[in-house]
Design a protein around this ligand. Structure first.
Ligand SMILES: [Zn+2]
Length: 72
């Protein structure tokens, strides 16, 4: 199951929640109790994108992936 990261726009509280794709996004902040949670882009999504990108470079025989990574 994907992990979603939420941030409260009222009190800046951040939290992670494990949810199904079909679950409704959370809206209630556990810190201040307001309906102010916003979903951030999940870290898991970033990781998947990153590895795919790296693999493409590797297959092309380019060894510049490391320098590209650090420059990002
Ligand atoms: Zn809050």
């Amino acid at each position: 199951m994907p992990i979603y990261e939420y941030v409260c726009v009222e009190c800046k509280h951040t939290m992670e929640a494990i949810q199904k794709m079909s679950d409704d996004p959370l809206t209630d902040c556990p810190e201040c109790g307001k309906v102010a949670l916003k979903k951030k882009i999940s870290a898991a999504g970033f990781r998947l994108k990153g590895s795919g990108w790296y693999e493409t470079d590797f297959k092309n025989g380019q060894k510049k992936a490391d320098s590209k990574d650090s420059g990002d």
